[in-house]
Design a protein around this ligand. Structure first.
Ligand SMILES: Cc1cc2nc3c(=O)[nH]c(=O)nc-3n(C[C@H](O)[C@H](O)[C@H](O)COP(=O)(O)O)c2cc1C
Length: 208
């Protein structure tokens, strides 16, 4: 029966050429996560199952689908750094997602410079205009509605240090519209870039 809605139960398949989930929940901000392994090897990888979850203390998190190097390093050291991915850094961000073995430093792979952090041992991406130094708060193995463990881990951390390039501040206010932040869309290759014309303003209604 044709209706004006395509309905599906994900457990039974989506019935479309591509799974639309990522295209619908998108564009998503990118958690470009740098870590240092217990043996000192640096690691860098993008995660678009990423967001901020609290103001005070500031908490951010990303989902590792499978036990990846970033997750293992954060389990071992309790620390990570989030870096802002911008249009000039898009290709380097993409290069850093290579499924390289743990002994490979993705900073070298992507031609990026590890910058010293102030509080944590994990490095910043020096070329990125914004970095958050983070301490792990919780690592939660995700479950299905039936309580079955998935192979996905939600990694949450408290932001304990914030680096912002002065060029990102206009009269002291962070300039999202001018940031050239990139976001992940759906499909194998879609990204979006924040541009000033994408901005609109709306205040919350007063109540009553
Ligand atoms: C834009 C982008 C977003 C990604 N988002 C995720 C994600 O949310 N979760 C995930 O597990 N992998 C994600 N990946 C794939 C990882 O970056 C990739 O598996 C990487 O090799 C993991 O690196 P690591 O083992 O050094 O942590 C993404 C890749 C790209 C390019």
């Amino acid at each position: 029966m044709m209706t004006d809605r395509h309905f599906y139960e994900p457990a039974q398949g989506h019935g479309l050429p591509h799974d639309p989930l990522n295209a619908i929940i998108g564009p998503r901000p990118i958690g470009w996560i740098s870590t240092r392994a217990a043996n000192g090897v640096l690691n860098l990888a993008p995660y678009s199952f990423f967001n901020a979850f609290n103001y005070t203390p500031p908490l951010i998190g990303f989902s590792s689908i499978g036990r990846k190097d970033s997750l293992r390093n954060i389990e071992a050291t309790g620390e990570f750094v989030w870096n802002l991915a911008t249009r000039p850094l898009a290709e380097a961000m993409n290069a850093s997602c290579a499924a390289a073995p743990p002994e490979v430093d993705e900073f070298q792979l992507a031609g990026l410079t590890p910058g010293a952090s102030r509080i944590v041992g994990a490095p910043r991406v020096e070329e990125s205009p914004v970095s958050f130094e983070c301490r792990r708060t919780q690592i939660i193995r995700l479950q299905s509605a039936a309580g079955v463990d998935t192979d996905t881990w939600l990694v949450l951390g408290e932001v304990v240090g914030v680096h912002i390039a002065q060029s990102m501040l206009r009269d002291g206010i962070y300039d999202t519209a001018g940031s050239q932040t990139i976001l992940r869309g759906g499909g194998p290759a879609d990204y979006f870039e924040i541009t000033p014309d994408a901005l609109f303003r709306m205040r919350r209604p007063a109540y009553p």
